[in-house]
Design a protein around this ligand. Structure first.
Ligand code: ADP
Ligand code: MG
Length: 227
């Protein structure tokens, strides 16, 4: 009898020989050069690398926002290459939360309406959950404020609540604290870690900031198209 000593944690991201290039003018620039990557359920990972090293490219592939060109990429045991565009959109809606550097909140909507939007797309009522998340973010006094009435840190925490409203298994952030001062950045980071700890959300955060990356349980570095 053989004992399976592999990690008992479920695989969330499995990349094998993943490649991606872009057409720039009359030449192809290869950004990802056949990388391998394993991320498991509950992981708290910083993806570090110089500007232009392909961090966002990789995150967009993992989040099914873009397609790889060769190699294998499984996210939550789904082979992303096999999905049609409509299935990819559904896959994102069901499984993934995103937070970008810019909050992308809808200016006409209140904080609560912004937070509840992804749930509405699933045909789900989520006001109670939205209020709970805003409270969790320290924003219970901001529920009916519109984005322009809030500070950068508050806007980013609303974006974070919105990313969590559908209880995604995977939370992806791309320089999410890039526009914030140190103190505000630390607050947002604490909330990301809280979601990882208390909700069990697998977290992958892209950053070029080594100090920030050092706060994560695990750091991966993207260098010359490889991890
Ligand atoms: P990072 O997030 O690490 O700064 P990116 O993934 O955004 O890096 O970009 C990696 C490289 O790919 C850069 O050289 C960038 O110019 C190029 N690139 C990214 N997106 C595109 C695109 N849509 N079309 C052409 N080139 C792109
Ligand atoms: Mg980037």
């Amino acid at each position: 009898m053989s004992l399976d000593l592999k990690s008992s944690k479920a695989s969330v991201v499995e990349a094998r020989n993943l490649k991606k290039s872009y057409r720039q003018g009359d030449r192809d620039v290869q950004v990802l050069k056949g990388l391998n990557l394993d991320i498991h359920s509950g992981d708290c990972v910083a993806l570090l690398g110089a500007s232009g090293s392909g961090k966002s490219t990789l995150l967009h592939l993992i989040g099914a926002l873009d397609r790889g060109e060769s190699g294998e990429l499984k996210v939550l045991n789904t082979n992303l290459a096999s999905l049609k565009d409509s299935q990819r959109a559904d896959f994102r809606l069901q499984n993934i939360g995103f937070v970008f550097q810019f909050h992308h909140l809808i200016p006409e909507l209140t904080a609560l309406e912004n937070v509840c939007l992804p749930a509405a797309l699933k045909g789900k009522k989520s006001e109670a959950r939205g209020l709970e998340l805003l409270d969790w973010m320290g924003l219970s006094g901001r529920v009916y404020s519109r984005p322009y009435q809030m500070s950068g840190g508050e806007q980013q925490r609303v974006a974070l609540a919105r990313a969590l409203v559908n209880d995604p298994k995977l939370l992806l952030t791309d320089e999410a604290t890039g526009n914030l001062d140190r103190e505000r950045a630390a607050e947002v980071l604490e909330i990301l870690f809280k979601a990882n700890r208390e909700l069990g959300t697998t977290l992958i955060s892209v950053t070029h900031d080594a100090d920030l990356a050092g706060k994560y349980a695990r750091t991966l570095r993207l260098n010359d198209g490889l991890i």
